[in-house]
Design a protein around this ligand. Structure first.
Ligand code: HSE
Length: 440
């Protein structure tokens, strides 16, 4: 039975009229979701949500969605100027170029902007938020971080009373898919990357995924949101997973750990630390259980304690879910400053010296299997002040050995010093691999 109160409320307000730029995987997902859940969305939003115009590269392609009666703009920036568009949904991607021009035109025209574009927000979020704040115009980007997980909303609203000192997690589904597959099937990196690309959740240029850039975009947005600090994408120390070998996964497992690409942001007296890179996570840590292409975010608030969010970080359905949640907020007139406080309140933070941070580390060395090599490694460690907690050596038939060790807590600088001392050694047959161990 219809709810008369809701029906009256919806009918009193005109529909929210959308202009959607980009009809790729996410764009078609958004169109499908808006169509399939239209009645529910109208009841929740208190008004209908309609699509009046779209823009895409190819007007004719059959995407399996209904576009009859919807205007088509070949120049996406034109969406912002249309009288029948109240809210532009940018699903094109790209740091600058057409996506940024559209975002600026939309906010400049006083219209709401919903975007899934993490690269654009990481690089230009402050400038866009300034326009948004100045005109009290909605700027929403839930889908830019961790896909379908409503983590922006949770941290921006649900946890907004807390001082958050640390936020971290698995922010790239492609890397998690690769690492968990390598772990489960003992396969090599390149082989599994090809499978991730075939499945369609890797970025158009998978270097963004495997070199950690995509996770760094998301981390910088989370850090600004959680800490009330200015966006500092360039301050994220970023490392990818290309150099992880099947042997690293095997040895980490033998030592009781999993290898995961972790984004970590901390605010401390020394300043802001932001890093993305492969880490060892204890096999019992919740992040060690995040399977396949899922994402997970952990935030620690001073009153709420530890919050853990897990879900799909990519894909048409989950990303559409986040995009349409933002659209519903716009329809309800529920928004507020994009970064949880006016942009002029976001503090500039100095960057902490990342190398000074202490913790245990995993070190993998490929060496010649001959007398004195172990002593050489031990001396380098000793001279750099690094103490070894546990150690595995495996020889192979080609006269080489793989050494995997875990250090006691020490600074990153100390381990780097030990590696420098070893770098000229004729015993090394490949570059060493060092990964921090997450101990939280
Ligand atoms: N390429 C991204 C990932 C898609 O793998 O997580 C979602 O941002």
């Amino acid at each position: 039975m219809p709810n008369s109160r809701t029906d009256t409320a919806s009918s009193q307000r005109p529909p929210l009229r959308l202009g959607i730029a980009g009809l790729g995987t996410v764009g078609t997902g958004v169109m499908r979701l808006l169509a399939e859940n239209a009645a529910l969305i109208e009841r929740r939003a208190g008004r209908a949500v309609t699509v009046t115009a779209v823009s895409a590269r190819d007007a004719k392609r059959d995407r399996g969605i209904h576009l009859t009666g919807i205007a088509f703009e070949s120049d996406m920036t034109a969406l912002a100027a249309r009288d029948d568009v109240d809210c532009v949904v940018e699903l094109v991607g790209g740091t600058d170029g057409p996506a940024l021009a559209l975002a600026q035109a939309t906010l400049g025209a006083g219209k709401a902007l919903v975007t899934a574009n993490k690269a654009m927000i990481a690089h230009h979020g402050m400038d866009l938020a300034r326009i948004s704040d100045g005109g009290d115009i909605p700027l929403k980007f839930e889908a830019a971080v961790a896909g379908g997980i409503p983590v922006i909303k949770a941290l921006r609203e649900g946890a907004s009373a807390n001082r958050i000192m640390r936020v971290y997690g698995i922010l790239n589904g492609t890397c998690n898919f690769i690492l968990t597959k390598m772990e489960a099937e003992g396969r090599g990196f390149e082989d599994v990357l090809a499978e991730a690309q075939a499945k369609g959740f890797a970025e158009a240029d998978p270097a963004f995924d495997v070199d950690g850039i995509d996770a760094a975009h998301k981390l910088s947005i989370l850090a600004a949101m959680c800490f009330g600090t200015q966006l500092d994408f360039d301050g994220v120390a970023t490392h990818g997973i290309r150099d992880i070998r099947a042997e690293d996964i095997r040895e980490a497992t033998a030592l009781g750990y999993r290898v995961r690409l972790i984004g970590m942001a901390e605010q401390g007296e020394a300043g802001l630390t932001q890093s993305v890179g492969p880490c060892l996570v204890h096999e019992d840590h919740p992040l060690g259980y995040v399977p396949g292409s899922l994402n997970a975010v952990v935030a620690e608030g001073n009153f709420v304690g530890r919050l853990f969010f897990e879900g799909a970080g990519a894909g048409d359905g989950p990303t559409a879910s986040a995009v349409v949640a933002d659209i519903i907020d716009v329809a309800r007139d529920e928004y507020g400053p994009a970064f949880a406080m006016p942009v002029d309140q976001l503090q500039a933070m100095s960057r902490a010296d990342a190398g000074a941070g202490t913790g245990k580390r995993y070190v993998r060395l490929l060496v010649e299997d001959r007398t004195g090599v172990l002593a050489e490694i031990a001396i380098a460690m000793r001279d750099a002040g690094v103490s070894v907690e546990s150690f595995i050596q495996r020889g192979s038939e080609d006269g080489r050995a793989l050494i995997a060790l875990v250090t006691h807590a020490c600074s990153g600088d100390a381990v780097a010093d030990a590696m420098r001392r070893l770098s000229g050694s004729s015993a090394l047959v490949g570059p060493p691999m060092v990964m921090p161990i997450l101990d939280l």
